[in-house]
Write a protein that binds this ligand. Sequence first.
Ligand code: NDP
Ligand code: ZN
Length: 178
Amino acid sequence: MNSPELKQLIKTLAFATQKHRHQRRKDIEASPYINHPITLVDILVNEGEITDLDTLLAALLHDTIEDTDATVEEIQAEFGPTIASLVMEVTDDGTLPQLERKALQIKHAPDLTYKAKLIKLADKIANLRDIDRSPPAGWSLQRSQTYFDWAKQVIDGIRGSHEILETLFDEVYKKRPK
Ligand code: NDP
Ligand code: ZN
């Protein structure tokens, strides 16, 4: 990695860390939220062998618009239109009811650009691994199962995109709670 790319990566990590600083994940230990975007980049680079910078930067930012006060205009001003557009591709429409948002993720998955598909794959791998390790506080067995099945429906819509990541998804899906 050259120096400008390294600087971009660290700038983006710092931005995401700042935006998510008051948030926690849903696991019983309430882990710091930033662990999750960092995990995505770890999966993409060290398991998926993906080094495309736009993909890695957008993965670090993938939950900032959905879950923090970050706006698309802010992301665009800081990181440019390509990254902003990638982040928007993986951002749900927060004005819609939860069930509709879930249905739209399944419907829109096949239409995502290649880089957004990689981020979506890493996101679902990370979330299923988290649930397998320790389900979110208060989740019933059925809720974890429903989540695994929904994630599989999303990923089934982007098959044929990246063999390694799809295999990693299939491996974690085998751990669907029983
Ligand atoms: P949620 O959408 O409420 O939670 C899952 C999301 O939370 C993940 O996609 C992930 O999103 C994020 N997340 C944060 N911490 C964790 C973690 N430790 N492990 C995994 N994911 C984590 O869950 P559901 O999909 O189950 O529910 C959707 C809606 O349906 C909710 O509004 C809920 O109230 C309702 N509901 C569903 C039930 C069910 O059986 N499915 C039962 C009762 C209600 P990200 O990667 O984007 O951060
Ligand atoms: Zn996520």
